[in-house]
Design a protein around this ligand. Sequence first.
Ligand SMILES: Cc1cc2nc3c(=O)[nH]c(=O)nc-3n(C[C@H](O)[C@H](O)[C@H](O)COP(=O)(O)OP(=O)(O)OC[C@H]3O[C@@H](n4cnc5c(N)ncnc54)[C@H](O)[C@@H]3O)c2cc1C
Length: 510
Amino acid sequence: MEHIYSLKGSKLMQLDEVRDLGVINDAKLSYEKHVDHIAKKANKAMYPATIMYLKDTKFDWNLTTGFEDSVATCHRNPYFEMTGGKMLGGSSSLNFHIYGRGYPEDYNSWAEITKDDAWKWENVLPYFIKSERLTDPKILNSPAKIYHGVEGNLGVSRDTFDASDFLDAMKTLGHESVVDINDDTPLGYMNALFTIADGVRQSSAHAYLTPAKNRPNLHVLKNTLVHKIIIENKNAVGVEVLTKNGVVTLKADKEVIVSAGTFGSPKLLMLSGIGPKERLLSKGIDVIEDLPVGKNLHDHVVVTMIYKMNKSIDFESFVTDHPVPALVGYVALDKCQKFPDYQTQNYFAHPEVLISYCSFEARYRPEICDNLYYQKNHLVVQVVHLNPKSRGDILLKNSNPIDKPIIKVGYLTNKNDIEDLLTYVEDYNRIVNTSYFNNIGGELVTDHTNCKAEFGSRKFWMCYIHCMMNGVRHFSGTCKMGSVVDSKLRVIGVNRLRVVDASVMPQVVR
Ligand SMILES: Cc1cc2nc3c(=O)[nH]c(=O)nc-3n(C[C@H](O)[C@H](O)[C@H](O)COP(=O)(O)OP(=O)(O)OC[C@H]3O[C@@H](n4cnc5c(N)ncnc54)[C@H](O)[C@@H]3O)c2cc1C
């Protein structure tokens, strides 16, 4: 009999029960037969730990890049998966629900780009506070509480497992332990905050649509694909949508507000005649407005560092609503800087968690994942470049709205990003010199990488980075404020049309 394990490996479920969840398909189960899946009979995407299993299912748009040079030999496929939620709540229904707002510098730079002070940090902070419903007692009993809200729609919480040994080790490397990351303490390490409340994922649908669902003026059409924005004399007057009953036209009294995400919104604009002129003409689309739609695609990039250790945290004491024991660190190389250069996400991973992450999420080759599984406990660290310079592009394959767009994600095409990552992974790896790591036999796992150069040499790290890098899926920028939409998110040159999603960010927040 095959079994399914919950996070601690303590709760058993039969395979059939997990199939009943509908989020893991048979093909994946047979492909990954050696894997003990983490799952729980729960409300599908609402249960936080199901995140890794929603990829490649009907809840994912299943977009990919074409062949990408930067996907080296350690990945299963020669392309990147551009995972995106195809359900109410979009990617907030399948993301890792780590709660972070970005930094004052991010929003102040948007204000500069758009020449609109409304985007300045002092003006956006009140909206973060208004939207939040924080339950963490540590923050609420500290001076940091002035930066948080307790009455908003979006529940935010954290687990308080004891990781003092790890945090003390970080202190010896110059990284403070902090209660909260905010204007007063922009750098440091802490237990991660999650958009989870009462064990339930706080997707944007759960947080905002559910409370509004009985409003008489709210109508949600599920399983409906928007084909095109109808534009007459440079005024958006409605949309054409594909429903299960065929194509339907919906008229807009006031405005059309597009929120189809970093891939969906530029695709829709281009299908509707808004985009780079030559590209649209080459697909036989009449040009309504010549704008750089689809350009400026970017994402945070991450290098995963896996450390084996003889002794981990006490998993038996980790009995919470949270998916995995996680600490986050925000690190600047110059300690006087008010914003981080890189973020680290530090997960204490039970072997079952690691194998799932390795196989389903990072998509490393099966032999790599097998190898890791048979070792002991691990610390899985994601070193995230928070300010990447590399840029990609989204193009239409043709004028058929059903077809997927062409995505050139461009990870690491700017050489500075690779140099930065090299500095960041070396900086993080100083952890192996701490007495904490020596005591628990902590050691970076490298044998799976096939990097033959001398350990620690520049050549070695370059090889390691290319082997272990991925995108974080914080896709942004393809309907950039300042060049595609104005500071009020109105499409430039077209009336009654706005875009309101991550595609408008000129530069993804840190
Ligand atoms: C695997 C993963 C992990 C992540 N982890 C985190 C994290 O821990 N913390 C964090 O803050 N962020 C995280 N993110 C990023 C975050 O989830 C996204 O930045 C955010 O959801 C983007 O919101 P959006 O509204 O721009 O787009 P989306 O969330 O993508 O929403 C777009 C919506 O539009 C729909 N749509 C698209 N095209 C059409 C069409 N033609 N017709 C009808 N509907 C359409 C989609 O189905 C979707 O529902 C993660 C993302 C992923 C994919």
